[in-house]
Design a protein around this ligand. Structure first.
Ligand SMILES: [Zn+2]
Length: 149
């Protein structure tokens, strides 16, 4: 497995040099919402990354940290309203990629209980959803988050 920190995958995604499935979905001041850069067992699993390289939430500027809460809440509401999720999780772990990112993972009424919570990170390949389904969910979220929508 290649090293996600040399060069930094977070910087590559926010600059547009690397496109995860789903691409860049929305932006807020200092923050970028994009598809998760790994196989996903749930459509609509997205990630907020800081535009600036920061190790973790504790290195964000106060203004960006404030923006993060409102932006994450808006995205999670869109996961429920536009995608039909019944719940949404937020995870900021940072053991693998050392560029601040917050995973926002929807849970649907038909999501198997073995994929609830952080178990989504350990989903076996048989649970991974096809790229087309993940792209469609990203487009639906982008539309729901577009200014004026
Ligand atoms: Zn970075």
């Amino acid at each position: 497995m290649s090293d996600v920190n040399a060069p930094c995958l977070g910087c590559a995604i926010v600059s547009g040099a690397t496109r995860p499935v789903g691409g860049i979905i929305a932006r807020a001041p200092g923050l970028v919402l994009h598809g998760v850069a790994a196989p996903s067992p749930v459509p609509g699993w997205v990630v907020i990354s800081s535009e600036r390289h920061a190790r973790a939430l504790y290195e964000l500027d106060d203004a960006v940290a404030r923006e993060l809460g409102a932006f994450a809440a808006r995205v999670m509401r869109a996961q429920r309203k536009a995608l039909g999720a019944e719940h949404a999780y937020a995870f900021a772990i940072g053991d693998v990629l050392r560029h601040f990112h917050l995973h926002l993972v929807p849970r649907f009424p038909d999501t198997s209980q073995r994929l609830w919570g952080r178990a989504a990170f350990d989903a076996p390949p048989a649970d991974h959803r096809p790229a087309e389904e993940l792209e469609a969910a990203a487009r639906a979220l982008a539309a729901a988050l577009a200014p004026g929508s």
